[in-house]
Design a protein around this ligand. Sequence first.
Ligand code: NAD
Length: 498
Amino acid sequence: MTTTPQNDTGTRDLAAAFADYAPSVEGRDIVTIRPRYGLLSGGEERDARDGAVFATIDPSTGDHIAEVAEGSAQDVDDAVAAARAAYESTWRDMPGRTRAKYLFRLARLLQDRSREFAVLETIDGGKPIRESRDVDVPLAAAHLFHHAGWADKLEYAVPGMTGRPLGVVGQITPWNFPLLMVAWKIAPALACGNTVVLKPAETTPLTALLLGELAREAGFPPGVLNVVTGAGATGAALAGHPGVDKVAFTGSTEVGKAIRRATAERGTRLTLELGGKGAHVVFDDAALDQAVEGVVDGIFFNQGHVCCAGSRLLVQEGIADELLGRLRRRIELLRVGDPLDKNTDVGAINSHAQLERIRGFVEDAREDGARIHQTSRPLPERGFYFPPTIVEGLGGSEAICREEVFGPVLAVQTFRTEAEAVARANATRYGLSAGVWTEKGSRILWVSQRLRAGVVWANSFNRFDPASPFGGMRESGFGREGGRQGLQEYLRLEPVGA
Ligand code: NAD
Protein backbone atom coordinates (compact mmCIF):
# COMPACT_ATOMS: atom_id res chain seq x y z
CA MET A 1 0.00 0.00 0.00
CA THR A 2 1.56 3.30 -1.01
CA THR A 3 -0.15 5.84 1.15
CA THR A 4 -0.21 9.58 1.64
CA PRO A 5 3.24 11.02 2.37
CA GLN A 6 3.62 11.84 6.03
CA ASN A 7 6.35 13.08 8.28
CA ASP A 8 7.75 10.67 10.80
CA THR A 9 5.95 12.06 13.79
CA GLY A 10 2.62 11.96 12.00
CA THR A 11 1.88 15.47 13.26
CA ARG A 12 1.35 17.07 9.86
CA ASP A 13 -2.02 18.77 9.83
CA LEU A 14 -4.79 17.46 7.67
CA ALA A 15 -5.30 20.56 5.61
CA ALA A 16 -1.66 20.43 4.55
CA ALA A 17 -1.82 16.74 3.89
CA PHE A 18 -4.71 17.12 1.48
CA ALA A 19 -3.71 20.46 -0.05
CA ASP A 20 -2.18 18.75 -3.08
CA TYR A 21 -5.15 16.43 -3.58
CA ALA A 22 -6.56 16.33 -7.06
CA PRO A 23 -8.63 13.32 -8.09
CA SER A 24 -7.00 11.39 -10.88
CA VAL A 25 -9.45 8.74 -11.94
CA GLU A 26 -8.57 5.79 -14.14
CA GLY A 27 -11.00 5.59 -17.07
CA ARG A 28 -13.80 3.07 -16.94
CA ASP A 29 -13.90 3.25 -20.71
CA ILE A 30 -10.68 1.30 -21.14
CA VAL A 31 -12.64 -1.90 -20.45
CA THR A 32 -15.53 -3.13 -22.48
CA ILE A 33 -18.03 -4.65 -20.10
CA ARG A 34 -20.72 -6.68 -21.80
CA PRO A 35 -24.25 -6.71 -20.35
CA ARG A 36 -24.15 -10.51 -20.09
CA TYR A 37 -21.48 -13.18 -19.64
CA GLY A 38 -21.73 -16.90 -20.16
CA LEU A 39 -19.65 -19.59 -18.52
CA LEU A 40 -16.60 -21.06 -20.26
CA SER A 41 -16.86 -24.78 -20.80
CA GLY A 42 -15.06 -26.99 -23.30
CA GLY A 43 -13.53 -23.99 -25.04
CA GLU A 44 -16.86 -22.24 -25.58
CA GLU A 45 -18.74 -19.48 -23.87
CA ARG A 46 -22.35 -20.42 -23.29
CA ASP A 47 -25.35 -19.75 -21.07
CA ALA A 48 -26.20 -21.94 -18.13
CA ARG A 49 -28.30 -24.87 -19.31
CA ASP A 50 -31.30 -23.61 -17.38
CA GLY A 51 -30.65 -20.00 -18.42
CA ALA A 52 -30.12 -18.83 -14.82
CA VAL A 53 -28.11 -15.67 -14.23
CA PHE A 54 -26.96 -13.56 -11.31
CA ALA A 55 -25.93 -9.92 -11.16
CA THR A 56 -22.51 -8.59 -10.34
CA ILE A 57 -22.46 -5.20 -8.62
CA ASP A 58 -20.00 -2.30 -8.52
CA PRO A 59 -19.45 -1.87 -4.76
CA SER A 60 -18.24 1.71 -5.15
CA THR A 61 -21.74 2.75 -6.23
CA GLY A 62 -24.02 -0.23 -5.66
CA ASP A 63 -24.82 -0.14 -9.41
CA HIS A 64 -25.46 -3.23 -11.50
CA ILE A 65 -22.51 -4.09 -13.77
CA ALA A 66 -23.54 -7.21 -15.70
CA GLU A 67 -25.46 -10.46 -15.64
CA VAL A 68 -23.43 -13.64 -15.36
CA ALA A 69 -24.45 -17.25 -16.02
CA GLU A 70 -25.28 -19.16 -12.84
CA GLY A 71 -23.91 -22.66 -13.37
CA SER A 72 -26.04 -25.60 -12.21
CA ALA A 73 -24.89 -29.08 -11.22
CA GLN A 74 -25.42 -30.07 -14.85
CA ASP A 75 -23.16 -27.27 -16.07
CA VAL A 76 -20.52 -28.45 -13.61
CA ASP A 77 -20.97 -31.95 -14.99
CA ASP A 78 -20.41 -30.71 -18.55
CA ALA A 79 -17.30 -28.77 -17.55
CA VAL A 80 -15.83 -31.74 -15.66
CA ALA A 81 -16.46 -33.95 -18.71
CA ALA A 82 -14.75 -31.38 -20.96
CA ALA A 83 -11.80 -31.17 -18.56
CA ARG A 84 -11.52 -34.97 -18.46
CA ALA A 85 -11.54 -35.21 -22.25
CA ALA A 86 -8.87 -32.52 -22.55
CA TYR A 87 -6.76 -34.21 -19.86
CA GLU A 88 -6.83 -37.59 -21.57
CA SER A 89 -6.58 -36.42 -25.16
CA THR A 90 -3.93 -33.68 -24.95
CA TRP A 91 -2.80 -32.02 -21.74
CA ARG A 92 -1.62 -34.98 -19.63
CA ASP A 93 0.74 -36.35 -22.26
CA MET A 94 1.90 -33.08 -23.77
CA PRO A 95 5.63 -32.44 -23.22
CA GLY A 96 6.22 -30.05 -20.33
CA ARG A 97 7.99 -27.57 -22.58
CA THR A 98 4.85 -27.30 -24.74
CA ARG A 99 2.60 -26.76 -21.72
CA ALA A 100 5.07 -24.09 -20.67
CA LYS A 101 4.60 -22.25 -23.96
CA TYR A 102 0.86 -21.95 -23.37
CA LEU A 103 1.40 -20.65 -19.85
CA PHE A 104 4.08 -18.18 -20.94
CA ARG A 105 1.74 -16.95 -23.65
CA LEU A 106 -1.07 -16.49 -21.14
CA ALA A 107 1.26 -14.60 -18.78
CA ARG A 108 2.39 -12.29 -21.57
CA LEU A 109 -1.18 -11.64 -22.74
CA LEU A 110 -2.11 -10.76 -19.16
CA GLN A 111 0.80 -8.32 -19.01
CA ASP A 112 -0.20 -6.80 -22.36
CA ARG A 113 -3.70 -6.16 -21.06
CA SER A 114 -2.74 -5.40 -17.48
CA ARG A 115 -4.38 -1.97 -17.40
CA GLU A 116 -7.68 -3.40 -18.53
CA PHE A 117 -7.49 -6.19 -15.96
CA ALA A 118 -6.66 -3.72 -13.20
CA VAL A 119 -9.63 -1.48 -14.01
CA LEU A 120 -12.02 -4.42 -14.31
CA GLU A 121 -10.79 -5.86 -10.99
CA THR A 122 -11.35 -2.55 -9.29
CA ILE A 123 -14.82 -2.00 -10.76
CA ASP A 124 -16.01 -5.50 -9.88
CA GLY A 125 -14.36 -5.79 -6.45
CA GLY A 126 -13.93 -2.27 -5.04
CA LYS A 127 -10.19 -2.39 -4.35
CA PRO A 128 -8.08 0.73 -5.03
CA ILE A 129 -6.79 0.89 -8.60
CA ARG A 130 -3.28 1.42 -7.26
CA GLU A 131 -3.44 -2.01 -5.63
CA SER A 132 -5.00 -3.78 -8.65
CA ARG A 133 -2.44 -2.15 -10.91
CA ASP A 134 0.68 -2.50 -8.74
CA VAL A 135 -0.02 -5.68 -6.78
CA ASP A 136 -2.80 -7.95 -8.05
CA VAL A 137 -2.16 -7.96 -11.78
CA PRO A 138 1.67 -8.04 -11.69
CA LEU A 139 1.67 -10.76 -9.03
CA ALA A 140 -0.84 -12.80 -11.02
CA ALA A 141 1.42 -12.58 -14.08
CA ALA A 142 4.43 -13.46 -11.90
CA HIS A 143 2.69 -16.65 -10.74
CA LEU A 144 1.97 -17.66 -14.32
CA PHE A 145 5.57 -16.99 -15.40
CA HIS A 146 7.00 -18.77 -12.37
CA HIS A 147 4.95 -21.91 -12.91
CA ALA A 148 5.43 -21.87 -16.67
CA GLY A 149 9.12 -22.19 -15.84
CA TRP A 150 8.44 -25.33 -13.81
CA ALA A 151 6.37 -27.16 -16.46
CA ASP A 152 9.39 -28.81 -18.09
CA LYS A 153 11.38 -29.24 -14.89
CA LEU A 154 8.96 -31.18 -12.73
CA GLU A 155 11.41 -34.04 -12.30
CA TYR A 156 13.50 -31.64 -10.19
CA ALA A 157 10.59 -30.42 -8.06
CA VAL A 158 10.89 -33.22 -5.52
CA PRO A 159 14.29 -34.91 -5.44
CA GLY A 160 14.11 -38.69 -5.78
CA MET A 161 10.46 -38.66 -6.80
CA THR A 162 8.64 -38.64 -10.10
CA GLY A 163 5.57 -36.43 -10.22
CA ARG A 164 2.58 -37.22 -12.39
CA PRO A 165 -0.55 -35.07 -12.80
CA LEU A 166 -3.61 -35.91 -10.76
CA GLY A 167 -6.27 -35.42 -13.44
CA VAL A 168 -9.17 -32.98 -13.25
CA VAL A 169 -8.86 -30.34 -10.55
CA GLY A 170 -11.82 -28.37 -9.15
CA GLN A 171 -10.76 -24.94 -7.90
CA ILE A 172 -12.93 -22.54 -5.93
CA THR A 173 -11.81 -18.97 -5.22
CA PRO A 174 -12.91 -16.03 -3.03
CA TRP A 175 -13.68 -12.41 -3.84
CA ASN A 176 -10.86 -10.58 -2.08
CA PHE A 177 -8.13 -11.17 -4.70
CA PRO A 178 -10.28 -12.45 -7.56
CA LEU A 179 -7.63 -12.56 -10.29
CA LEU A 180 -4.63 -13.25 -8.07
CA MET A 181 -6.24 -16.24 -6.33
CA VAL A 182 -7.19 -17.65 -9.75
CA ALA A 183 -3.57 -17.29 -10.92
CA TRP A 184 -2.28 -18.91 -7.68
CA LYS A 185 -4.56 -21.84 -8.39
CA ILE A 186 -4.51 -22.45 -12.13
CA ALA A 187 -0.77 -21.82 -12.69
CA PRO A 188 0.61 -24.80 -10.70
CA ALA A 189 -2.31 -27.06 -11.63
CA LEU A 190 -1.86 -26.52 -15.37
CA ALA A 191 1.94 -26.56 -15.21
CA CYS A 192 1.78 -30.01 -13.61
CA GLY A 193 -0.43 -31.37 -16.42
CA ASN A 194 -3.84 -31.25 -14.76
CA THR A 195 -6.92 -29.71 -16.34
CA VAL A 196 -9.09 -27.29 -14.39
CA VAL A 197 -12.70 -26.45 -13.62
CA LEU A 198 -12.66 -23.12 -11.85
CA LYS A 199 -15.51 -21.59 -9.83
CA PRO A 200 -14.78 -17.92 -9.06
CA ALA A 201 -16.59 -15.99 -6.33
CA GLU A 202 -20.04 -14.73 -7.25
CA THR A 203 -19.42 -11.08 -6.34
CA THR A 204 -16.28 -10.83 -8.51
CA PRO A 205 -16.47 -13.15 -11.53
CA LEU A 206 -15.35 -10.78 -14.29
CA THR A 207 -11.54 -11.00 -14.24
CA ALA A 208 -11.66 -14.81 -14.00
CA LEU A 209 -13.86 -14.84 -17.10
CA LEU A 210 -11.53 -12.43 -18.89
CA LEU A 211 -8.56 -14.64 -18.00
CA GLY A 212 -10.50 -17.62 -19.37
CA GLU A 213 -11.04 -15.71 -22.61
CA LEU A 214 -7.32 -14.93 -22.71
CA ALA A 215 -6.54 -18.63 -22.35
CA ARG A 216 -8.63 -19.25 -25.45
CA GLU A 217 -6.72 -16.49 -27.23
CA ALA A 218 -3.46 -18.10 -26.09
CA GLY A 219 -4.59 -21.24 -27.90
CA PHE A 220 -5.08 -23.54 -24.89
CA PRO A 221 -6.76 -26.75 -26.08
CA PRO A 222 -10.53 -26.63 -25.40
CA GLY A 223 -11.44 -27.98 -21.98
CA VAL A 224 -8.05 -27.41 -20.32
CA LEU A 225 -9.38 -24.39 -18.40
CA ASN A 226 -13.12 -24.16 -17.76
CA VAL A 227 -14.75 -21.38 -15.76
CA VAL A 228 -18.16 -22.16 -14.27
CA THR A 229 -19.62 -19.09 -12.60
CA GLY A 230 -22.18 -19.24 -9.82
CA ALA A 231 -22.54 -19.10 -6.06
CA GLY A 232 -22.28 -21.64 -3.22
CA ALA A 233 -24.46 -24.29 -4.86
CA THR A 234 -22.26 -24.28 -7.96
CA GLY A 235 -19.16 -24.57 -5.76
CA ALA A 236 -20.72 -27.42 -3.78
CA ALA A 237 -21.56 -29.29 -7.00
CA LEU A 238 -17.93 -28.97 -8.06
CA ALA A 239 -16.43 -29.92 -4.68
CA GLY A 240 -18.59 -33.03 -4.45
CA HIS A 241 -18.28 -34.10 -8.09
CA PRO A 242 -17.12 -37.71 -8.51
CA GLY A 243 -15.16 -36.83 -11.66
CA VAL A 244 -12.89 -34.39 -9.82
CA ASP A 245 -9.55 -35.82 -8.65
CA LYS A 246 -8.53 -32.93 -6.45
CA VAL A 247 -10.24 -29.90 -4.94
CA ALA A 248 -8.37 -26.70 -4.11
CA PHE A 249 -10.39 -24.20 -2.12
CA THR A 250 -9.66 -20.70 -0.90
CA GLY A 251 -12.37 -19.08 1.18
CA SER A 252 -13.93 -19.03 4.60
CA THR A 253 -13.22 -21.62 7.29
CA GLU A 254 -16.91 -22.51 7.53
CA VAL A 255 -17.24 -23.37 3.84
CA GLY A 256 -13.82 -25.06 3.97
CA LYS A 257 -15.12 -27.43 6.64
CA ALA A 258 -18.16 -28.30 4.50
CA ILE A 259 -15.88 -29.00 1.55
CA ARG A 260 -13.64 -31.13 3.72
CA ARG A 261 -16.63 -33.29 4.65
CA ALA A 262 -17.76 -33.57 1.00
CA THR A 263 -14.32 -34.56 -0.28
CA ALA A 264 -13.74 -36.98 2.62
CA GLU A 265 -16.83 -38.91 1.47
CA ARG A 266 -15.12 -39.66 -1.82
CA GLY A 267 -11.47 -39.64 -0.76
CA THR A 268 -10.78 -36.69 -3.09
CA ARG A 269 -7.47 -34.91 -2.53
CA LEU A 270 -7.89 -31.49 -1.00
CA THR A 271 -6.04 -28.32 -0.10
CA LEU A 272 -7.69 -25.58 1.97
CA GLU A 273 -6.61 -21.95 2.23
CA LEU A 274 -8.99 -20.49 4.80
CA GLY A 275 -9.49 -17.54 7.10
CA GLY A 276 -7.07 -15.93 9.52
CA LYS A 277 -6.73 -13.62 12.51
CA GLY A 278 -3.12 -12.55 12.15
CA ALA A 279 -1.32 -10.64 14.91
CA HIS A 280 1.33 -7.98 14.72
CA VAL A 281 3.54 -8.28 17.78
CA VAL A 282 5.30 -4.95 18.36
CA PHE A 283 8.05 -4.84 21.00
CA ASP A 284 9.28 -1.71 22.73
CA ASP A 285 12.57 -1.72 20.81
CA ALA A 286 10.87 -1.76 17.39
CA ALA A 287 11.55 0.94 14.81
CA LEU A 288 8.24 2.71 15.33
CA ASP A 289 7.90 4.50 12.00
CA GLN A 290 8.44 1.24 10.20
CA ALA A 291 6.05 -0.59 12.54
CA VAL A 292 3.31 2.02 12.03
CA GLU A 293 3.55 1.67 8.26
CA GLY A 294 3.61 -2.12 8.54
CA VAL A 295 0.55 -2.19 10.79
CA VAL A 296 -1.34 0.22 8.52
CA ASP A 297 -0.47 -1.82 5.46
CA GLY A 298 -1.28 -5.03 7.30
CA ILE A 299 -4.87 -4.09 8.09
CA PHE A 300 -5.97 -1.39 5.64
CA PHE A 301 -4.52 -2.87 2.44
CA ASN A 302 -7.47 -4.07 0.31
CA GLN A 303 -9.90 -2.71 2.98
CA GLY A 304 -8.73 -5.47 5.30
CA HIS A 305 -10.22 -8.10 2.98
CA VAL A 306 -7.07 -10.14 3.33
CA CYS A 307 -6.84 -13.66 4.78
CA CYS A 308 -3.40 -12.93 6.22
CA ALA A 309 -4.33 -9.40 7.40
CA GLY A 310 -2.69 -8.25 10.62
CA SER A 311 -6.10 -7.67 12.15
CA ARG A 312 -4.80 -7.79 15.72
CA LEU A 313 -2.15 -5.48 17.14
CA LEU A 314 -0.33 -6.73 20.22
CA VAL A 315 1.82 -3.91 21.53
CA GLN A 316 4.23 -3.95 24.47
CA GLU A 317 2.88 -1.78 27.29
CA GLY A 318 5.76 0.71 27.45
CA ILE A 319 5.18 1.96 23.89
CA ALA A 320 1.42 1.45 23.63
CA ASP A 321 0.44 5.12 24.04
CA GLU A 322 3.08 6.33 21.63
CA LEU A 323 2.31 3.73 18.96
CA LEU A 324 -1.46 4.17 19.22
CA GLY A 325 -1.12 7.95 19.04
CA ARG A 326 0.84 7.61 15.84
CA LEU A 327 -1.62 5.13 14.40
CA ARG A 328 -4.61 7.35 15.16
CA ARG A 329 -2.92 10.25 13.38
CA ARG A 330 -1.85 8.03 10.53
CA ILE A 331 -5.33 6.78 9.70
CA GLU A 332 -6.53 10.37 9.34
CA LEU A 333 -4.22 10.54 6.34
CA LEU A 334 -5.76 7.57 4.56
CA ARG A 335 -7.95 8.52 1.66
CA VAL A 336 -11.13 6.48 1.59
CA GLY A 337 -13.10 6.79 -1.61
CA ASP A 338 -13.51 6.08 -5.29
CA PRO A 339 -11.47 2.93 -5.96
CA LEU A 340 -10.68 4.15 -9.48
CA ASP A 341 -9.02 7.29 -8.10
CA LYS A 342 -5.26 6.70 -8.17
CA ASN A 343 -4.93 8.60 -4.86
CA THR A 344 -7.32 6.33 -2.97
CA ASP A 345 -5.82 4.27 -0.15
CA VAL A 346 -8.93 2.46 1.05
CA GLY A 347 -11.60 1.56 -1.49
CA ALA A 348 -15.10 0.10 -1.23
CA ILE A 349 -16.18 -2.86 0.88
CA ASN A 350 -16.84 -5.73 -1.51
CA SER A 351 -20.56 -6.15 -0.85
CA HIS A 352 -23.39 -4.78 1.23
CA ALA A 353 -23.52 -8.05 3.19
CA GLN A 354 -19.83 -7.73 4.08
CA LEU A 355 -20.35 -4.10 5.11
CA GLU A 356 -23.12 -5.14 7.49
CA ARG A 357 -20.93 -7.90 8.92
CA ILE A 358 -18.11 -5.45 9.65
CA ARG A 359 -20.52 -2.96 11.22
CA GLY A 360 -21.89 -5.74 13.41
CA PHE A 361 -18.46 -6.64 14.80
CA VAL A 362 -17.64 -3.01 15.60
CA GLU A 363 -21.03 -2.32 17.22
CA ASP A 364 -20.72 -5.46 19.35
CA ALA A 365 -17.25 -4.34 20.48
CA ARG A 366 -18.66 -0.91 21.38
CA GLU A 367 -21.39 -2.57 23.44
CA ASP A 368 -18.71 -4.67 25.14
CA GLY A 369 -17.11 -1.41 26.31
CA ALA A 370 -14.30 -1.13 23.77
CA ARG A 371 -13.06 2.30 22.64
CA ILE A 372 -13.60 2.84 18.91
CA HIS A 373 -11.39 5.26 17.03
CA GLN A 374 -12.28 6.03 13.42
CA THR A 375 -10.99 8.41 10.82
CA SER A 376 -12.89 11.68 10.85
CA ARG A 377 -12.83 12.08 7.07
CA PRO A 378 -16.25 11.84 5.38
CA LEU A 379 -17.07 8.73 3.39
CA PRO A 380 -18.65 8.74 -0.08
CA GLU A 381 -22.42 8.94 0.12
CA ARG A 382 -23.09 6.13 -2.34
CA GLY A 383 -21.61 2.66 -2.35
CA PHE A 384 -20.31 0.44 0.44
CA TYR A 385 -17.67 2.11 2.59
CA PHE A 386 -16.33 1.65 6.09
CA PRO A 387 -13.85 3.98 7.80
CA PRO A 388 -10.43 2.74 8.93
CA THR A 389 -11.06 1.77 12.56
CA ILE A 390 -8.92 1.06 15.62
CA VAL A 391 -10.56 -0.76 18.52
CA GLU A 392 -8.90 -0.38 21.93
CA GLY A 393 -9.65 -1.40 25.49
CA LEU A 394 -10.03 -5.07 24.65
CA GLY A 395 -9.38 -8.03 26.93
CA GLY A 396 -9.03 -10.71 24.25
CA SER A 397 -12.26 -12.65 24.73
CA GLU A 398 -14.36 -10.31 22.56
CA ALA A 399 -15.51 -11.56 19.13
CA ILE A 400 -13.49 -8.81 17.45
CA CYS A 401 -10.30 -10.34 18.90
CA ARG A 402 -11.23 -13.89 17.96
CA GLU A 403 -13.21 -13.84 14.71
CA GLU A 404 -12.16 -12.80 11.25
CA VAL A 405 -13.80 -9.42 10.57
CA PHE A 406 -12.39 -9.17 7.04
CA GLY A 407 -12.61 -5.39 7.04
CA PRO A 408 -10.51 -2.29 7.88
CA VAL A 409 -10.68 -2.88 11.62
CA LEU A 410 -7.68 -3.28 13.91
CA ALA A 411 -8.19 -4.88 17.36
CA VAL A 412 -5.57 -3.75 19.88
CA GLN A 413 -4.31 -5.48 23.00
CA THR A 414 -1.20 -4.93 25.09
CA PHE A 415 1.35 -7.33 26.60
CA ARG A 416 4.28 -7.19 29.01
CA THR A 417 6.55 -10.14 28.26
CA GLU A 418 7.56 -12.18 25.23
CA ALA A 419 5.77 -15.21 26.63
CA GLU A 420 2.56 -13.23 27.11
CA ALA A 421 2.85 -11.88 23.55
CA VAL A 422 3.15 -15.40 22.15
CA ALA A 423 0.25 -16.67 24.27
CA ARG A 424 -2.01 -13.83 23.12
CA ALA A 425 -0.98 -14.17 19.47
CA ASN A 426 -1.74 -17.90 19.59
CA ALA A 427 -5.10 -17.44 21.34
CA THR A 428 -7.06 -18.01 18.14
CA ARG A 429 -8.45 -20.97 16.23
CA TYR A 430 -6.68 -19.71 13.11
CA GLY A 431 -3.02 -20.01 12.18
CA LEU A 432 -2.24 -18.17 8.97
CA SER A 433 0.02 -15.17 9.50
CA ALA A 434 1.85 -13.03 12.04
CA GLY A 435 4.32 -10.15 12.12
CA VAL A 436 7.09 -9.55 14.65
CA TRP A 437 8.49 -6.06 15.11
CA THR A 438 11.72 -5.76 17.09
CA GLU A 439 15.35 -4.80 16.51
CA LYS A 440 16.61 -7.94 18.27
CA GLY A 441 17.35 -10.89 15.97
CA SER A 442 17.30 -13.42 18.82
CA ARG A 443 13.84 -12.22 19.83
CA ILE A 444 12.56 -12.57 16.26
CA LEU A 445 13.71 -16.20 16.28
CA TRP A 446 12.39 -16.99 19.77
CA VAL A 447 8.98 -15.51 19.05
CA SER A 448 8.52 -16.70 15.48
CA GLN A 449 9.40 -20.29 16.42
CA ARG A 450 6.58 -20.23 18.96
CA LEU A 451 3.91 -18.54 16.88
CA ARG A 452 1.40 -20.94 15.42
CA ALA A 453 1.13 -19.41 11.97
CA GLY A 454 1.94 -20.65 8.49
CA VAL A 455 3.71 -17.40 7.60
CA VAL A 456 5.63 -15.11 9.96
CA TRP A 457 7.08 -11.85 8.70
CA ALA A 458 9.77 -10.01 10.65
CA ASN A 459 9.87 -6.20 10.50
CA SER A 460 7.73 -6.38 7.39
CA PHE A 461 4.28 -7.59 6.40
CA ASN A 462 2.37 -8.78 3.33
CA ARG A 463 5.42 -9.79 1.32
CA PHE A 464 4.60 -12.30 -1.42
CA ASP A 465 6.65 -14.14 -3.98
CA PRO A 466 5.63 -17.06 -6.22
CA ALA A 467 8.73 -18.98 -5.10
CA SER A 468 7.71 -18.76 -1.46
CA PRO A 469 5.14 -21.22 -0.07
CA PHE A 470 2.05 -19.69 1.51
CA GLY A 471 -0.57 -21.45 3.63
CA GLY A 472 -1.97 -22.00 7.07
CA MET A 473 -2.31 -24.35 9.99
CA ARG A 474 -5.13 -25.15 12.39
CA GLU A 475 -8.44 -23.68 11.14
CA SER A 476 -6.64 -21.65 8.49
CA GLY A 477 -6.32 -24.81 6.42
CA PHE A 478 -3.62 -27.06 5.06
CA GLY A 479 -1.51 -27.35 1.95
CA ARG A 480 0.66 -24.67 0.39
CA GLU A 481 0.45 -22.41 -2.63
CA GLY A 482 3.68 -21.18 -4.23
CA GLY A 483 7.17 -22.59 -4.12
CA ARG A 484 8.05 -26.23 -4.73
CA GLN A 485 5.63 -27.14 -1.94
CA GLY A 486 2.78 -25.66 -3.97
CA LEU A 487 3.66 -27.82 -6.97
CA GLN A 488 3.57 -30.99 -4.92
CA GLU A 489 -0.10 -30.36 -4.18
CA TYR A 490 -0.83 -31.00 -7.87
CA LEU A 491 1.34 -34.08 -8.39
CA ARG A 492 1.07 -37.76 -7.58
CA LEU A 493 4.54 -38.58 -6.35
CA GLU A 494 6.24 -41.92 -6.83
CA PRO A 495 9.84 -42.89 -6.09
CA VAL A 496 12.03 -42.60 -9.18
CA GLY A 497 12.02 -45.94 -11.03
CA ALA A 498 8.82 -47.18 -9.38
P1 NAD B 1 -16.61 -18.05 1.06
O1 NAD B 1 -16.14 -19.26 1.76
O2 NAD B 1 -17.94 -17.51 1.37
O3 NAD B 1 -16.61 -18.29 -0.52
C1 NAD B 1 -15.44 -18.72 -1.19
C2 NAD B 1 -15.87 -19.44 -2.44
O4 NAD B 1 -16.57 -20.63 -2.08
C3 NAD B 1 -16.80 -18.65 -3.35
O5 NAD B 1 -16.47 -18.92 -4.68
C4 NAD B 1 -18.17 -19.23 -2.99
O6 NAD B 1 -19.12 -19.12 -4.02
C5 NAD B 1 -17.81 -20.68 -2.75
N1 NAD B 1 -18.75 -21.40 -1.88
C6 NAD B 1 -19.64 -20.91 -0.97
N2 NAD B 1 -20.30 -21.92 -0.38
C7 NAD B 1 -19.82 -23.08 -0.91
C8 NAD B 1 -20.07 -24.45 -0.68
N3 NAD B 1 -20.96 -24.86 0.22
N4 NAD B 1 -19.36 -25.37 -1.37
C9 NAD B 1 -18.43 -24.99 -2.27
N5 NAD B 1 -18.14 -23.70 -2.53
C10 NAD B 1 -18.82 -22.75 -1.87
O7 NAD B 1 -15.45 -16.99 1.26
P2 NAD B 1 -15.39 -15.52 0.71
O8 NAD B 1 -16.30 -14.70 1.57
O9 NAD B 1 -15.59 -15.49 -0.77
O10 NAD B 1 -13.87 -15.14 0.94
C11 NAD B 1 -13.39 -14.67 2.11
C12 NAD B 1 -12.70 -15.76 2.89
O11 NAD B 1 -11.64 -16.31 2.12
C13 NAD B 1 -12.08 -15.24 4.15
O12 NAD B 1 -12.35 -16.10 5.21
C14 NAD B 1 -10.59 -15.25 3.82
O13 NAD B 1 -9.76 -15.32 4.93
C15 NAD B 1 -10.47 -16.43 2.94
N6 NAD B 1 -9.24 -16.36 2.13
C16 NAD B 1 -8.20 -17.19 2.46
C17 NAD B 1 -7.00 -17.11 1.74
C18 NAD B 1 -5.83 -17.99 2.08
O14 NAD B 1 -4.91 -18.08 1.26
N7 NAD B 1 -5.81 -18.63 3.23
C19 NAD B 1 -6.87 -16.20 0.69
C20 NAD B 1 -7.96 -15.37 0.40
C21 NAD B 1 -9.14 -15.47 1.13
